[in-house]
Design a protein around this ligand. Structure first.
Ligand SMILES: Nc1ncnc2c1ncn2[C@@H]1O[C@H](COP(=O)(O)OP(=O)(O)OP(=O)(O)O)[C@@H](O)[C@H]1O
Length: 224
């Protein structure tokens, strides 16, 4: 069954003088429990597409069904709920809150989703172990390396147990060791826990590990 299905999606940016069509009548699907990659040159529209799937931007026409929800018809309030509970967003840049410890940063989305402090911290403890940073629990973001911060951000994106993980160049800024850790965690979520992963990347090694691959060229998507 598909966890994500996109029909005839179009995205046009109006920049004043002219309209720029960034995504052209795009169709795709992500099967539940599988990994899917989208590759494409810089500027081809990958992040635009991921933002639309994540409900962070409005489409111009077409349909997006994700995790059982019709994203294209939802209100802002419903989209906020969808972002909190159904999807996990992993980006190249991470915005950890500087006044909170690594463990607290991971726990925050669980608190926002309504879990009490104890339960949220318990979930965070599990995840900090998973990303291999249990010994950095009490560290503040300024006391962590860039790669460690990215791993904490990854743990944070998983704390509400999302069905679909949307990852935009998740290993973009990382050295080989941290890339490998992040990559292995992402794929273990699919292989061990039946999560669905949609990955956007330039990294061809990452792109080779997936079940299904698409390529985006100038806003036109093709299955490879
Ligand atoms: N808000 C906006 N207004 C106008 N044009 C935009 C806007 N956001 C993105 N674009 C344009 O849309 C195109 C696709 O951008 P997008 O960020 O999706 O590309 P990308 O494939 O993710 O690139 P990269 O790999 O460099 O991150 C680019 O030409 C960009 O300039």
């Amino acid at each position: 069954m598909d966890i994500l299905k996109i029909n005839q999606l179009k995205k046009v940016f109006s920049t004043g003088a002219e309209d720029l069509t960034i995504l052209h009548d795009l169709n795709m699907n992500v099967e539940g429990g599988k990994s899917t990659v989208i590759t494409g040159e810089s500027g081809s529209g990958k992040s635009t597409l991921l933002n639309l799937i994540g409900g962070m931007d409005n489409l111009s026409s077409g349909e997006i069904y994700s995790c059982g929800f019709p994203i294209h018809t939802m209100t802002e309030k419903q989209l906020t709920e969808y972002r909190r509970k159904s999807i996990g967003l992993v980006f190249q840049s991470h915005y950890l809150l500087k006044d909170f410890s690594a463990l607290e940063n991971i726990a925050i989305p669980a608190r926002i989703a309504g879990f009490d402090k104890k339960k949220a911290l318990m979930k965070a403890e599990e995840l900090i172990e998973k990303v291999g940073l249990a010994d950095r629990k009490e560290h503040f973001p300024s006391q962590l390396s860039g790669g460690e911060r990215q791993r904490i951000a990854l743990a944070r994106s998983l704390v509400n147990d999302p069905e679909l993980i949307l990852a935009d160049e998740p290993t973009g800024n990382l050295d080989e060791k941290n890339s490998r850790i992040v990559e292995d965690i992402l794929f273990s979520l699919v292989e061990e826990f039946g999560k669905s992963l949609l990955l956007v990347t330039h990294n061809l090694i990452l792109a080779e590990r997936v079940d299904k691959a698409y390529h985006l060229t100038g806003g036109v998507l093709e299955e490879k």
